[in-house]
Design a protein around this ligand. Structure first.
Ligand code: ATP
Length: 263
């Protein structure tokens, strides 16, 4: 695997288990260069969520643990930092399932992303306007309770709240899940704009390989907890076999199995 010289995130040889017994990751490698969008692809149960939990040091909360390897965010070992500190340092994650406080309005939800971060009122207001510029439909729904908004609007709210925490590395777990293709495109093009205009680094786990490869710079494919393929999104888009072999299709014939990626 090609390793960028100064990655914002570097994952090497990571192994992880749940309940001290169930192995979920077996030597995973992945790097995110500053300013890149990296897609983490894989079918159900491939280990994407587990890897993202490991990145934000959230596995202990799930009775899980990283048992080998290491994960460096901006050069620092994430296992030594608690999850809320990681957020303050700029490692911000939007968890799977578009978590919003359903009884709070869209705007109140967005405000919660700015809590715990020293910022002036004007600074928070400017952040809010930035989120509304990115997702104009949130501005229209700012006074609506999140529980009454659509699935797409809830996902935008969850993403907006993450942005209010001022990420340096923005990590998203399946933002497309359960959403209509047009909304998925709207969300991914907003992320791409942030990446292009502000240099935001992004790691996004997706089962929807078509949309992820359309917007990402690079991608890593996980299968059964192993990183089995890594490359530029442009190259992987050409590979018609990816979907068939790695993302819920037929098992891969041995002669086509690429060499496991190395650090
Ligand atoms: P999906 O897209 O379905 O969420 P995924 O690629 O994110 O899949 P994971 O959720 O990371 O995959 O699951 C990887 C493996 O770890 C699976 O075998 C799963 O059953 C197991 N696993 C995930 N979460 C837990 C947990 N909290 N406790 C025990 N095992 C878990």
């Amino acid at each position: 695997m090609s390793s960028p010289e100064n990655p914002i995130l570097s994952i090497s040889r990571v192994e992880a288990v749940y309940n001290g017994a169930i192995a979920a990751l077996h030597g995973v490698h992945l790097s995110v260069a500053k300013g890149d969008i990296v897609a983490l692809l894989g079918s159900n149960g491939a280990g994407k969520t587990t890897l993202l939990r490991a990145v934000s040091n959230l596995l202990p909360a799930e009775r899980g643990a990283v048992t080998a390897g290491r994960i460096l965010f901006d050069g620092k070992d994430v296992s030594r930092t608690n999850p809320s500190h990681l957020v303050r340092q700029g490692l911000v994650q939007v968890l799977e399932g578009r978590h919003c406080f359903r009884s709070l309005t869209v705007e109140e939800n967005l405000f919660t992303g700015a809590l715990g971060r020293p910022s002036s009122r004007a600074g928070v207001q400017a952040e809010l306007e930035r989120v509304y510029a990115l997702f104009p439909r949130l501005a229209e729904k700012r006074r609506t309770r999140s529980g009454l908004t659509s699935g797409g609007e809830q996902q935008m709210t969850a993403i907006g709240r993450g942005l209010m925490s001022r990420p340096k590395l923005f990590v998203l777990d399946e933002p497309s899940m359960g959403l209509a293709p047009l909304i998925v495109d709207e969300i991914f093009s907003a992320l791409k704009r942030l990446n292009r205009d502000e240099g935001l680094s992004i790691l996004v786990a997706e089962q929807n390989s078509a949309v992820a490869l359309k917007y990402a710079d690079r991608a890593t494919v996980l299968e059964n907890g192993k990183s089995v393929l890594e490359g530029s999104a442009a190259d992987l888009r050409q590979r018609a076999d990816i979907k068939t072999y790695y993302l819920g299709g037929a098992p891969l014939p041995p002669q086509h199995f690429p060499k496991e990626t190395a650090a």
